[in-house]
Design a protein around this ligand. Structure first.
Ligand SMILES: Cc1cc2nc3c(=O)[nH]c(=O)nc-3n(C[C@H](O)[C@H](O)[C@H](O)COP(=O)(O)O)c2cc1C
Length: 202
C-alpha cells in the first residue's frame, strides 16, 4: 500500500499561472490507512490554523477533535451521515470546526457580532489542510453530518455556530474503500480563472 503524495493527472489539475505546487497537489482523498496520527503532525496543523487571518483578529474558530479510537471517537463518527462515515472511520482524527458568534469589535472595543466568523474559520481550515499536506498527511472537509445531534453530543454552547467537520489521515490506495466510493476517488479539476474573475464589476 503506497502512502506517497500523489501526482495529479495533468488533465485534471493544471495551473494557468505560476503558483506554489502545494495548491494543486493538495487534494481530499477518502481512502485512509487508519493509522495513529502523531501529535507532532496534528498539532503542527492546528498551529498553522492558529495563524490564519480574521476580522478584527478575533480568531473565532474553535477546533473540537477526537483521535481515532480514543475517548469520544465513536460519538464523533456517529455524527457523520452514513456515506461519510463509510470512509471517515479510517481517518486518524475527526475535527468539528465551530465559530464564535460574538466578540470584541476592533472599532469601538465593544462586544458585537463577528460577521466574518465563517470566512475566518474557512481560512483556518485551509491553513490546517495545507500544513497537513506538507507534513505528508491528507484532509477532507465534511459538511454531511447531523447538525442537530452534534451540538448536544459535543456540548457546543449556543454562542458558537457549527461549521464543518474535517477528517485527517494518511492516504491509502482506493482499494481500501467500499466499492461505491472507489470511482469517486480522484483529483477534481477547477473552473478556469475567467469563470470567476470580474474586473470592475460583475
Ligand atoms: C465545506 C465543505 C464540505 C464538504 N463536505 C463533504 C462531505 O460531506 N463529504 C465528502 O465526501 N466531501 C466533502 N467535501 C469535499 C469536497 O467535495 C472537495 O473538497 C472538493 O470536491 C474539492 O476537491 P479537493 O479538496 O480534492 O481539491 C467538502 C468540502 C468542503 C470544503
Amino acid at each position: 500500500m503506497s502512502t506517497a503524495t500523489p501526482t495529479p493527472p495533468a488533465s485534471a489539475r493544471q495551473a494557468e499561472h505560476d503558483i506554489l505546487p502545494l495548491f494543486i497537489n493538495r487534494w481530499s482523498p477518502r481512502a485512509y490507512t487508519g493509522e495513529e496520527i502523531p501529535d507532532a503532525v496534528l498539532f503542527a496543523a492546528f498551529e498553522a490554523a492558529r495563524w490564519a487571518p480574521s476580522g478584527s483578529n478575533a480568531q473565532p474558530w474553535r477546533f473540537v477533535y477526537a483521535k481515532r479510537g480514543v475517548g469520544n471517537w465513536p460519538v464523533f463518527l456517529d455524527l457523520l451521515l452514513p456515506g461519510n462515515r463509510a470512509w471517515a472511520e479510517k481517518a486518524s482524527a475527526l475535527i468539528l470546526i465551530i465559530s464564535k458568534k460574538t466578540g470584541i469589535r476592533q472599532r469601538d472595543g465593544l462586544p458585537g457580532p463577528l460577521p466574518s466568523r465563517s470566512f475566518d474559520s474557512g481560512a483556518a481550515w485551509q491553513n490546517f489542510a495545507l500544513q497537513a499536506f506538507v507534513s505528508g498527511w491528507a484532509t477532507r472537509a465534511i459538511g454531511g453530518y447531523d447538525r442537530e445531534k452534534a451540538r448536544p453530543a459535543l456540548r457546543i454552547p449556543d454562542e458558537y455556530d457549527l461549521e464543518n467537520f474535517v477528517a485527517i489521515g494518511k492516504r491509502a490506495e482506493k482499494e481500501v474503500l467500499p466499492e461505491e466510493l472507489r470511482a469517486k476517488e480522484f483529483q477534481t479539476p477547477r473552473l478556469p480563472l475567467k469563470e470567476f474573475l470580474f474586473e470592475g464589476g460583475f
